[in-house]
Design a binder for this molecule. Structure first.
Ligand code: GUN
Length: 282
């Protein structure tokens, strides 16, 4: 093992202490940060994620409420709930957990969230602001990855960054943030030919695919920073990332573990975005 561990759990603790302090100051002035989390259906992974989000809110002194709706909830009913939350003064952030059941148009739901309460940063106006270099809310996972990269002290200017995965939630906004930090960015997708040759050029490799252990040590440039966004559950119940930690950590300079890497940072940046949402209303 040669790689240094990029400890997301420790960084998350540090940042959450600062966030909790800011929240308590706001609460003392009558502006307690408030987040509404909406979950439609019974997806087990989503249930865990939203529970963790709500409990992080409580620990940071935020007000939070969880809306659990059955899988057969109509699109109209969900839009009505979002509209109600848009008008609530004690709710500064609204998060609708994705994926939604197939009969609901998730674009329509996201576009219904007031842009100034869209703490996920998924609304088209927030995506546009990010794209044009004037972000309001940065999507939480890519925002957390940028904080982790900052922690290494490695300059991103002119670095070769390769993002594997091109989702609206991680890959695309991640590429934008890296580009705006001066990196040369390649975004790979499931059709990319010779993925290994792209990976091997990367000084910064961000993997967000959802396939257990698909990136192995022989695909990594010696000394690279490897950020593993994947959280996969193996048949034995254990969690693993998209990167094969054992072989990758023999080659990389820095690597995030799973669990304890990107995951805690995603939730931390959700708290940060909610705090920023309150501050903008004052
Ligand atoms: N599903 C997976 N990641 C996320 C996220 O960051 N936000 C929401 N709303 N849903 C998700």
């Amino acid at each position: 093992m040669t790689a240094k561990i990029l400890d997301g759990a420790a960084l998350a603790r540090e940042l959450r202490t600062e966030i909790a302090k800011a929240a308590s100051e706001l609460t003392a002035k009558g502006h307690q940060p408030g987040l509404a989390v909406v979950l439609v259906g019974e997806d087990p992974a989503s249930q865990v994620y939203v529970r963790n989000k709500v409990s992080a809110c409580e620990q940071a002194g935020f007000y939070s409420e969880m809306h659990r709706l059955p899988a057969n909830t109509s699109e109209a009913a969900l839009l009505e709930l979002v509209t109600t939350l848009n008008h609530r003064d004690n709710i500064h952030g609204i998060l609708v957990q994705l994926p939604l059941p197939a009969h609901i148009n998730s674009h329509k739901v996201i576009e219904t969230i007031a842009a100034e309460k869209d703490v996920d940063g998924f609304h088209i106006s927030n995506a546009g602001l990010l794209m044009t270099g004037q972000p309001l809310f940065r999507p939480c996972t890519p925002y957390g990855v940028m904080k982790l990269l900052e922690k290494t002290g490695i300059s991103l200017r002119g670095a070769e960054a390769v993002v594997i995965g091109a989702s609206n939630i991680v890959g695309k906004p991640q590429a934008m943030l890296l580009l705006q930090s001066g990196a040369t960015v390649t975004v790979c997708n499931s059709k990319t030919k010779d993925l290994a040759s792209h990976c091997k050029r990367a000084d910064i490799l961000v993997v967000a695919v959802g396939r257990p252990n698909m990136i192995t040590g022989d695909m990594i440039k010696p000394g690279a920073v490897v950020i593993d966004v994947g959280i996969n559950r193996l048949p034995d119940g254990k969690l693993c990332g998209d990167v094969d930690f054992n072989s990758a950590s023999e080659v990389a300079g820095w690597i995030t573990p799973v669990p304890g890497g990107v995951g805690p940072m995603t939730i931390t940046m959700l708290l940060q975005n909610t705090l920023e949402a309150v501050q903008r209303t004052l």
